[in-house]
Design a protein. Structure first.
Length: 268
């Protein structure tokens, strides 16, 4: 009979937080670094319904767009802060995961983690787009027909809807490995998981270019959801998440200047 399958112990809360800490998230703060919320349009100052929403973005670009929109408003409904004094701040994802994103607050405050729009779209396409849909798009007679097909693909996706908050797609190619030095300086092969689909594709191209010449290898792409992954990490599992690296979205050098608050407390 085959040997019993090895079951790996769950990761501790501290190990999960460290795993998430490599990923920066971006939000809007006041000059003192306190988080600010934006009230939905149409609410007056006495209406607290759905008003205390704090948003953390995985995409720096999306956070910058939100900040720019706030600064363009003549009378924005923010947390009693002049819109021109608002700024972009970066936090480590592990720093906010348990204390904010996973905490059920009775105060009416809600903390949202928002994925990149393009990655959500890529996830929906992976879930719903097959050879038949690809052929339909290739044979579309107009851009309007092509867009209609894309809209149908998006509508049929069971997850990662554009209107759903909190669902974060994670992309992985099962054949890909990345050598990383451990605490003893020894090289260890790790499985990279990506929050950005384009980063995964570029890494795969580099990975294949470094392989000995052989027949082309078709990538086996897997799609998971970040909250579900973290839930699995906290349980005994046959898959050892200690051999997995969560890869943050690549930020270009031009995007570098930002008020980074890694390792500091989040202020409300």
């Amino acid at each position: 009979s085959p040997p019993p399958q090895k079951i790996n112990p769950p990761l501790s809360k501290e190990e999960i937080q460290e795993w998430l800490d490599y990923v920066p998230v971006y939000t809007i703060t006041d000059p003192e670094g306190k988080l600010v919320y934006v009230k939905p349009e149409g609410l007056d100052d006495t209406d607290t319904t759905d008003s205390n929403i704090f948003t953390f973005y995985l995409s720096r670009t999306m956070a910058e767009v939100t900040l720019s929109q706030l600064k363009l408003k003549t009378n924005p409904k923010t947390s009693d802060v002049d819109s021109m004094d608002l700024k972009l701040s970066a936090f480590a994802l592990g720093q906010i995961w348990f204390d904010l994103l996973m905490e059920n607050s009775d105060s009416g405050e809600e903390f949202r983690l928002v994925a990149n729009d393009q990655d959500l779209m890529g996830a929906r396409m992976l879930l719903t787009m097959g050879p038949e849909e690809e052929e339909q798009i290739m044979n579309a007679s107009s851009e309007e027909e092509k867009q209609d097909i894309m809209d149908r693909i998006n509508d049929e996706s069971p997850k990662f809807k554009a209107t759903s908050f909190g669902e974060v797609p994670v992309f992985m190619i099962s054949q890909m490995r990345m050598n990383v030095a451990d605490d003893d300086g020894q090289q260890k092969a790790m499985i990279p998981m990506y929050l950005n689909n384009e980063d995964m594709i570029k890494s795969w191209q580099g990975f294949m270019a470094a392989q000995p010449a052989s027949a082309p290898l078709e990538p086996s792409i897997s799609l998971m959801e970040l909250h579900e992954i973290v839930g699995m990490m906290g349980k005994a599992c046959a898959f050892d998440f200690r051999n997995v690296m969560l890869m943050p979205p690549i930020v270009t050098k031009e995007d570098d200047p930002v008020n980074t608050t890694f390792g500091q407390g989040v202020r409300l």
